[in-house]
Ligand binder design. Structure first.
Ligand SMILES: Nc1ncnc2c1ncn2[C@@H]1O[C@H](COP(=O)(O)OP(=O)(O)OP(=O)(O)O)[C@@H](O)[C@H]1O
Length: 486
């Protein structure tokens, strides 16, 4: 058991939890998976990116400081992307996105990935440090634009939301690459009549597997396979099987790129077999936390009081956008129902919703039309909405039989929905009993985090601590439109 006092102080009157935990929501992998099978054919995805980075010049003043700091994961030893030798059309796309300099992962991984002969890569970098652009640039550098409808690159992600987001990033960075066609292979997006007719395909593994089996996706010319959130995707508890089967159907010489912020040892061994002889960029687990995220915890008197505490925090949440993570779909809907009945405007998104509803909900959140999103682990990974200034772990993420252990990786991915690319943000994890308290202590010890305690008895102090961070995130006008007008 972790030394409680060393990281966070124990709530004195916390009762020991001996209640059976509620039925868990499907884990991230299963949620993405389950959502795939939601039946009816839907219109082809229009491919429009919602809510790409909203970089502004003011942000860059600070960003340039961070990018000059060798200790920062945003550090760059080169002064521009041009030095990495990418084609002009791609550099123009980066300029349009207002990306001036690469981050550390981009600078280190790109030269290894774009060189010939192609080599596999296993790459790890903290959340929000630009892994997407790293693999997207590689994909764009490999695609022969003279064959616009011949699939040449396949990217896999664990959820439809992440697949759509990656599709948008490819289209935006590739906006000056003539004839670039990108399709999303998510439930309902590919017409049965035409099949896949794109040079770049981004999808979820179940749908991709179906398309290949039905011969609606010609994989014979694929040159690159990217797996985002690779530790989650290759995990045998998750989509490991599907990813293995997909790989079995692809050309043997394909270049494989695996990316994630987390690579627990257990999955790493499998990853090394999946992507043989790969170059590796790895981090130690103490390096994984993002400095810009102020991690706090709220010491709730008991489980029934968590909702009241949440409602009080709501007043602070309206400042930026925020995400509330809960364990089950049912509790997401229940909290939404109660908050709405109390006159608050919130959205809930989880795997029980139909794909198109999910798309609309996330679009609303990206655009700022809705500011508070209640969700499950389905959105814990990869989702990039730069205006998120607060993440709440209403339930501490747990895993294992009977939810016995803290889910270290999911914690990191969840809080990583804020603090994107040098921005600041706050995460607040709710504890209310010995079990949740111990779980959070273990997480804090594992990542070497000094958690700040918040108390529902001293609301003034709580407000002060949270506002300090959120206001400074607001001082940086992250919400202004970028060069693309997104
Ligand atoms: N070189 C760059 N300059 C400025 N902004 C960048 C650069 N590279 C990426 N970004 C922006 O940083 C944000 C985070 O990038 P991205 O979503 O790729 O993070 P990630 O490392 O994949 O995170 P996660 O582990 O959460 O998936 C995005 O909004 C992206 O547009």
């Amino acid at each position: 058991m972790a030394d409680l006092a060393s990281r966070i102080s124990k709530p004195s009157d916390a009762p020991v939890d001996d209640k059976a935990p509620a039925a868990p929501d499907a884990p991230a992998a299963a949620e993405g998976n389950g959502a795939e099978g939601n039946g009816a054919e839907q219109p082809v995805d229009d491919g429009v990116q919602r809510g790409l980075i909203e970089t502004t010049y003011d942000v860059e003043v600070k960003l340039s400081d961070l990018q000059a700091d060798q200790e920062s994961p945003l550090y760059s030893g080169v002064s521009s992307f041009e030095e990495l030798g990418l084609p002009k059309s791609i550099n123009d796309g980066l300029l349009a996105m207002n990306f001036k300099k690469p981050s550390k992962i981009q600078e280190r991984a790109l030269p290894l990935m774009i060189s010939d002969p192609p080599t596999n890569m296993i790459a790890q970098s903290q959340s929000g440090t630009g892994k997407t652009a790293a693999f997207v640039l590689t994909v764009l550098s490999r695609v022969d634009l003279a064959k616009p409808t011949q699939p040449q690159a396949l990217l896999l992600a664990p959820s439809r939301e992440l697949a759509r987001q990656i599709q948008g990033v490819i289209q935006t960075i590739g906006q000056f690459c003539e004839n670039l066609v990108v399709e999303a292979a998510i439930p309902g997006s590919i017409s049965r009549e035409t099949g896949v007719r794109a040079s770049v395909v981004v999808g979820t593994p179940g749908t991709v597997m179906d398309l290949i089996r039905r011969r609606q996706f010609d994989v014979s010319q694929l040159k690159v396979l990217v797996i985002d959130e690779a530790d989650n995707m290759l995990d045998q508890q998750g989509m490991g099987d599907q990813c293995l089967r997909v790989k079995g159907m692809l050309p043997k010489t394909i270049q494989i790129l695996l990316f994630s912020a987390t690579f627990p040892d257990k999955v790493m061994n499998f990853a090394r077999k999946y992507a043989a002889n790969a170059n590796e960029i790895k981090l130690r687990h103490q390096e994984l936390t993002v400095k810009g995220i102020s991690q706090m915890y709220m010491d709730c008197p008991d489980e029934t009081k968590k909702y009241d505490v949440l409602c009080k925090l709501y007043g602070l949440m309206t400042i930026g956008s925020s995400v509330i993570f809960v364990k089950t779909r049912e509790s997401a809907s229940e909290i939404q129902r109660r908050m709405e009945a109390d006159g608050h405007k919130v959205s809930a998104l989880h795997g029980a919703y139909e794909g198109q509803n999910r798309d609309a909900l996330l679009d609303d959140f990206r655009s700022g039309r809705s500011k508070v999103l209640i969700t499950t682990n389905v959105l814990a990974r990869g989702i990039d909405v730069s205006s998120v200034s607060m993440v709440i772990n209403y339930d501490i993420p747990m895993k294992g039989f009977g939810d016995r252990e803290p889910d270290m990786e999911t914690y990191l991915h969840r809080i990583g929905r804020t603090g994107r690319f040098g921005r600041v943000g706050v995460s607040i994890s709710f504890v209310y009993d010995q079990k949740s308290f111990n779980a959070l202590s273990q997480i804090a010890n594992h990542y070497d985090i000094d958690l700040v305690q918040l108390s529902p008895d001293d609301w003034d102090m709580t407000e002060k601590k949270v506002q300090e961070v959120i206001k400074s995130s607001r001082a940086r006008p992250d919400y202004a439109p970028n060069a693309l007008g997104n």
